[in-house]
Ligand binder design. Structure first.
Ligand SMILES: Cc1ncc(COP(=O)(O)O)c(C=O)c1O
Length: 345
């Protein structure tokens, strides 16, 4: 039977044999009472990996961002984020619907950046009753809709400095922050130092079945625990999930470099094909986004599927391919060959 090459997302990965073994053997307790030793160990490890005081396990990245924002922006305040950020585009408007928080979405450039001058201008001056208070600036690293582009530490420092001057803290949607650290070859602790809060996902390139972590100060995490409970994210014997997370943090980070290499191979192969346009520069990690000219994105995706290559669509003519654990160099060659055949027809 022909192998299906599933490039829809890095979330389609299954737990590794080592993770399944760890899940089977996990020591458990009721995390609602703070009694699950495996959850506690994962939270300590996550905090340590990101150089923060404390961490909290939540079921998803969406909940991680929601809880982080609710914990720092009260009802009627405003947050600044990117118009292509996951929180703005794909989290069901949760911060506004659940939190009553006003959103100011600034344009993301092709590298997922916000223009510092625009951020500065968007921070509301205090003392005017017509303005909501700016409570938070949110960045995303790596940037999903901007082809997995990486925000550099220099760029982050610029935004952090203007936030600091105005007394506005930063939140990072770091769903794939370890991809960013690996691409930059830098310690994630340094990369996230300017952020008051960080969400990262275990369930993407790191291969876990479920789970994200929020990291920040002990005081922030205490508030986040309250909001996690309110949105129904408190769990019981969650050590089953946490056990896989510990394996991920201990052994799955360095291999992300392989996913990046595969994505680069794929992107360079596809860029030569007539009928596709790829902006190669922002493709710095495991996400390859292309614009399809030769036919509709729907038709291209459907014809790839018929060839055993599964992809996702990001817009009418935008197709996304994401590399992950289990994907090989020959899969990349096969994907390029299949795309070439379809476009030549
Ligand atoms: C950048 C980013 N943030 C947040 C999320 C949400 O994560 P989850 O699907 O676990 O809710 C995703 C999911 O793809 C993402 O790409």
């Amino acid at each position: 039977m022909k192998k299906v090459i599933d490039l829809r997302s890095d979330t389609i990965t299954h737990p590794t044999p080592e993770m399944r073994e760890a899940m089977y053997r996990a020591e458990l307790g009721d995390d609602g009472w703070g009694d699950d030793p495996t959850v506690n160990r994962l939270q300590e490890l996550a905090a340590e990996r990101l150089g923060k005081e404390a961490a909290l396990l939540v079921p998803s990245g969406t909940m991680g961002n929601l809880v982080s924002i609710l914990s720092q922006a009260e009802r009627g305040t405003e947050i600044i984020l990117g118009d292509r950020s996951h929180t703005f585009t794909t989290e069901s408007g949760g911060v506004s619907a659940v939190g009553g928080i006003h959103v100011w979405a600034l344009p993301n450039d092709r590298f997922g950046r916000l223009d510092p001058a625009q951020v500065e201008a968007a921070i509301r001056p205090s003392g005017n009753v017509h303005y909501p208070r700016t409570a938070l600036i949110c960045l995303e690293n790596t940037h999903n809709r901007c082809s997995g582009a990486v925000l550099s530490p220099e760029y982050i420092s610029t935004i952090a400095a203007l936030g600091r001057r105005a007394g506005v803290p930063l939140h990072l949607d770091g769903a794939r922050v370890f991809n960013a650290a690996v691409a930059l070859e830098m310690d994630p602790v340094e990369l996230v130092r300017p952020f008051a809060s960080v969400t990262f996902c275990l369930s993407k390139g790191l291969c876990c079945p479920i789970g994200s972590l929020i990291c920040g100060s002990a005081e922030f995490i205490a508030r986040a625990r309250f909001w996690r409970q309110m949105v129904g994210g408190g769990m019981r014997q969650a050590g089953i999930i946490a056990a896989a997370g510990i394996v991920a943090l201990e052994s799955m980070i360095d291999r992300l470099a392989e996913d990046h290499e595969h994505a680069r191979m794929l992107a360079e192969g596809l860029a030569h094909l007539p009928g596709l346009t790829l902006d190669l520069e922002p493709i710095q990690t495991n996400i390859v986004i292309m614009q399809v000219q030769a036919m509709s994105g729907e038709e291209f995706a459907g014809r790839l599927e018929a060839e055993g290559i599964r992809v996702s669509r990001m817009g009418p003519n935008l197709v996304r391919m994401v590399t992950h654990y289990g994907i090989t160099r020959s899969d990349m060659q096969e994907a390029v060959r299949a795309a070439a055949r379809i476009l030549a027809e």
